[in-house]
Design a protein around this ligand. Sequence first.
Ligand SMILES: Cc1ncc(COP(=O)(O)O)c(C=O)c1O
Length: 390
Amino acid sequence: MKYSNRITKLNESLTIAISSLARELKAQGKDVLSFSAGEPDFDTPKSIKDEAIRAINSGFTKYTQVSGINELKAAICKKLESQNNLKYEPSEIIVSNGAKHSLFNVFSALIDKDDEVIIPSPYWVTYPELVNYFGGKSVFIETSEEIDFKITPKLLKEVITSKSKLLILTSPSNPTGMVYTKEELEGIYGAIKESNIIIISDEIYEQLVYDNIKFTSPGSINDDMLQRTITINGLSKSTSMTGWRIGYAASKDKKLIKLMDSLQSQSTSNINSITQKASIISLNGDCNADIENFNKEFQKRRDLAHKLINNISNLSVKLPQGAFYLFINISKVNKDSMKFCKDLLEKEGVALVPGIAFGMEGYARFSFACGEEQIKEGIKRIEKYILNLS
Ligand SMILES: Cc1ncc(COP(=O)(O)O)c(C=O)c1O
């Protein structure tokens, strides 16, 4: 069979590759501890499940409006205004099957051949793959630990060309957990204000911030930023709803929303009707207590893992401000992150994701979306692995 050029260019996510290897070793009877999860380990709050059951029992099981039911889009608008200081109308929202699907739709609607998409590195693996899929060109901005893995106006200006179309901002970041401050976002605005660059703001980890750090949505900086920002969010991470599949895109450009609506109507149609009803519970704040508990637990685990890893000689890690990942500096042990992760998995049964999957060598990502006992045992094994090398 002759497959399309487009599809054969697509690579399998390296995060999935490591998870599969871990699963394989487990199936062979090896004792494997995985720290590669990209999802909270908590159960979905009961109030959301109850609402889903109500939706099923009341027969809310048919096709809906492609972009989502009005009640859901109104709840999204209310949430964006009250929590993020972003004013959108329901006609400026489209609900899709997870933030990943929202990004797919947005990229599809905006990227033409050779358009440049600026991606700060390290980055979430899906961005460059999708850019590639749509024929665009990824332009990476290399960051470093010294600047908290965040881009600066100077670094941004250096890569802007007449072909620059999109800038992707992920705050809190996967894989580093770093969060942009309001002042930093104002600096970024200063660097792009003379251009036509559109910002794709991936805010999927927005509710997972620690130490009372204030999250700022790029679109809330000023009106020009609101006009040029496409806000992407969803409930996967905040409400532990990864399997329910809900994400959304918000844009002041109603035509863009309409175009994505047409694409979605010809591909997936509306998202699951039951998920739509259930999600309103979270958006309206009716399970805030559960979300608070998730965050408290995550913060405890973050502090524990951060302390234990920094106690291991030759490893170091910055304290993440959000999300549920530690981006560990392994460069004193092995600069080749894939080799490091494979060796660690085979020798000690500990699965981390190599930094190269996020475009940065010398690092490995540790997800603390698992219980404290597993964190302690996993880090003990990492220490043993390092000691045995010397
Ligand atoms: C930065 C980032 N954006 C988007 C997503 C996708 O989330 P969803 O489950 O809503 O598709 C993920 C999931 O890992 C992510 O890490």
